[in-house]
Design a protein around this ligand. Structure first.
Ligand code: FAD
Length: 413
């Protein structure tokens, strides 16, 4: 059923009790052409583009919990494309271009809000970093504005410009912003199912069958399936899945935490990121402040929040915005992020034939969701990396052709 004003009115006559389910819960089939492991935005999006752009019919997404229950539903939803290197610019800007038409494409409001993002500079070094990145963005056709202290103060009046960490300037990307995280998973799931994709929740992949160097099937808690191709998109568990197939990844898995405040009236109409004081904040449409900081300093698969990180997030927030000091914080949580040595993702082939992987997005993959899914679908379908995905192969960690985005991603995304 198409979502439209007409259907809204029609369904109001039956007290909204007759809406069709957005997606169903089909039984596991014994055989699929392609299985995508991981029902986050990247995995669901991959299945959608495989069906839509490449006409594949027999596709499934296996999700061990519920769709969007991983990092897609746990992140602070910051979207931007102002990374340093050409390779990243191509990838992340491809995503922003797709974000701009996504609600219409999926017939689902993902609430993409291009409210602008200010990347603050607190020192001469910070100013040099944002200038270098801003000029690089400019050369790549990505919108970038370098602002001085006065311009920042005018645009963000409540911010403590002359505090302990004076704000000397900022890099502004106006096309950057936020989106509604769950809606991205739900929108892709609904659109993929409309094209015939089976979305199987509570289906954990526990083993990957490989014969003569080629993937042949998957073992799950719901039974075994034969497969021609598999795309692994399991975010914080990519090493676990890679180990099942007999190879390892250059990845560290760590928790990344965030928290939200009680809802308040509109006070912040943009996104703020600061590498030096290490915090990022925006205000959701519900009015909550959404706040995050750096990842935990230890490896773990725990998805819970912890007290030390609450302090790490609150101290710099209050330093920058003293007016937030009396706000109550509502809840805190964690997600597991898989971090690569150069802070760029891994998209492409694996040592196992017909087994592909899309992972290592670390603290910053939500922004890339549509772009990542789009280039990965092409990679899985063709069996070779798409042009945009090619620089992000596993091999770069052995050849040394790293795409080092540590500075652009130094604050946790
Ligand atoms: C607190 C926090 C804040 C963040 N903030 C931002 C931000 O502001 N901007 C940004 O761009 N990025 C941010 N990120 C990163 C971003 O959330 C992720 O990079 C992105 O959401 C990854 O999407 P995904 O679809 O690959 O992963 P996920 O949504 O995690 O999906 C992977 C799925 O795989 C499933 N899975 C794992 N193992 C198996 C298995 N064996 N069998 C079946 N299914 C399996 C999981 O259950 C999970 O649902 C943040 C992350 C966190 C944790």
């Amino acid at each position: 059923m198409k979502y439209s004003i007409l259907n809204l009115v029609r369904n109001s006559l039956s007290y909204h009790e007759k809406w069709q389910k957005a997606w169903s819960s089909p039984e596991l089939k014994s055989e699929y052409d392609v299985v995508i492991v991981g029902g986050g935005g990247h995995g669901l999006g991959t299945a959608y583009y495989l069906a839509k752009e490449f006409g594949l019919k027999n596709i499934a997404v296996f999700e061990k919990g519920w769709i969007g229950g991983g990092n897609t539903g746990r992140n602070t939803t910051i979207i931007r494309s102002n990374y340093l290197w050409d390779e990243s610019a191509a990838l992340y800007d491809h995503a922003v271009n797709l974000w701009e038409g996504l609600s219409i494409e999926l017939n689902f409001n993902v609430m993409f809000s291009q409210r602008g993002l200010f990347h603050l500079a607190h020192s001469v070094h910070d100013l040099q970093e944002i200038s270098r990145r801003g000029y690089s963005n400019f050369l790549n056709g990505i919108d970038a504005e370098l602002l001085n202290q006065e311009q920042v103060a005018e645009k963000i009046p409540y911010m403590n410009i002359n505090g302990r960490y004076p704000v000397l300037g900022a890099l502004l990307q106006r096309r950057a912003g936020t989106a509604r995280h769950d809606a991205v998973a739900w929108g892709y799931a609904r659109a993929a199912e409309n094209l015939g994709v089976d979305i199987i929740q509570n289906c954990e992949v526990k083993g990957i069958n490989v014969s003569n160097g080629k993937v042949t099937g998957l073992e799950t808690n719901k039974g075994s399936v034969k497969v021609n191709k598999v795309g692994l998109v399991p975010a914080g568990h990519s090493s676990v899945l890679a180990n099942m197939a007999g190879f390892s990844l250059p990845i560290n898995s760590v928790p990344l935490q965030a928290l939200v405040s009680e809802p308040i009236k509109p006070v912040l109409d943009c996104v703020i990121m600061s590498n030096a004081v290490h915090v990022y904040v925006s205000q959701s449409d519900k009015g909550e402040l959404v706040v995050g900081a750096g990842s935990d300093a230890y490896n773990s698969y725990s998805q819970r929040g912890s007290f030390d990180m609450i302090e790490h997030m609150m101290a710099p927030l209050v330093e920058l915005f003293p007016i937030f000091s009396r706000l109550k914080m509502l809840r805190t949580w964690g997600g597991i992020v898989d971090v690569t040595p150069d802070r760029s993702p891994i998209i492409g082939k694996t040592p196992v034939e017909n087994l592909f992987i899309n992972c290592g997005w670390g603290t910053g993959g939500f922004k890339a969701t549509p772009g990542s899914a789009h280039v990965f679908a092409e990679t899985v379908f063709k069996g070779e990396p798409s042009k945009i995905a090619a620089p992000f192969s596993i091999e770069r960690h052995f050849s040394g052709a790293l795409v080092d985005e540590a500075a652009a991603a130094a604050v946790a995304h």
